[in-house]
Design a protein around this ligand. Structure first.
Ligand code: C5P
Length: 254
């Protein structure tokens, strides 16, 4: 049974991307973003449980899509679809589980966590919107979690000069860029640490303030370390990001 799970959160809307379609189902080179994201996960050296969290009305779509992605990548294609987290049916081979998401990213992560197999010791939480993330980055996060026992997040140095700016446009200050990192996903944690941190956040009303998994884990007092991220792990948020992803794929195919 796998000891590593990747929870792919793909239940967000496509509003900022300017699409009516949920973002993970927007097409890039004729394939949904989620399909690209699954390619990188199935490309990992580690054999993992994949938990895909999608909008409630996309569970059947996602099941078919994940089965195709698994087959294309030579992974066992048995999968257990479920209309809601409560009816999740993890398959014995531990390959793919599809669950319905929540109203917020945090709720979607919770639904994903509820589908983990008992054998899972390390959990990666990954945005489907980071559709071009290299498989090697996912493997590096797993290796670093195992080596340190810490929460591990990939990040890139910030190259721009960053100013704090008032609503009026007045400059309030320049931030010391040497201390900044633009963080990405997958974010990896020992399972027990992530579950304890979420329990702590729920008990202390911290979910509103802390939007990423690493912030929750650090807030609960656990160590989180940044490792080198990858430029291809950028998040597709705006139409320009989608355009950039399209050009990168064209360049890779040429
Ligand atoms: O909106 P944003 O790009 O920050 O979302 C980050 C990731 O969280 C996306 O992959 C999105 O699909 C996911 N998400 C989710 N459930 C929500 C909101 C966002 O799975 N309710």
């Amino acid at each position: 049974a796998p000891t590593v799970a990747v929870i792919v959160v793909a239940a967000g809307s496509g509003t900022r991307l300017g699409h009516a379609e949920p973002k993970a189902f927007v097409l890039l080179h004729m394939r949904p973003l989620l399909d690209h994201a699954l390619d990188s996960i199935f490309g990992m050296n580690e054999s993992v449980q994949v938990v895909v969290v999608v909008p409630g009305d996309r569970v059947a779509d996602a099941h078919a899509l994940a089965a195709r992605a698994a087959a294309r990548n030579g992974a066992p294609a048995s999968a257990g679809p479920g209309p809601a987290a409560a009816s999740v049916t993890p398959d014995p081979a531990g390959t793919i589980t599809i669950v319905a998401g929540g109203r917020t990213r945090q709720e979607s992560v919770d639904h994903g966590l509820s589908a983990l197999l008992p054998s899972i010791e390390v959990v990666l939480v990954h945005d489907a919107a980071r559709a071009l993330t290299p498989a090697a980055l996912c493997d590096q996060v797993v290796a670093a979690v195992r080596a340190t026992g810490h929460g591990i997040i990939p990040g890139l140095p910030v190259v721009d000069t960053i100013k704090r700016v008032a609503a009026s446009g007045a400059i309030l200050g320049t931030v010391d860029r040497s201390e900044l990192s633009a963080v990405q996903t997958p974010q990896g944690f020992p399972r027990a640490m992530l579950e304890a941190a979420r329990t702590w956040a729920a008990a202390n009303g911290r979910f509103e303030a802390l939007t990423d998994d690493a912030a929750l884990v650090a807030d609960a007092g656990h160590p989180v370390t940044v490792i080198a991220g990858h430029p291809l792990a950028f998040k597709i948020t705006t139409p320009e990001d989608l355009e950039r992803a399209d050009l990168l794929l064209h360049a890779a195919a040429a």
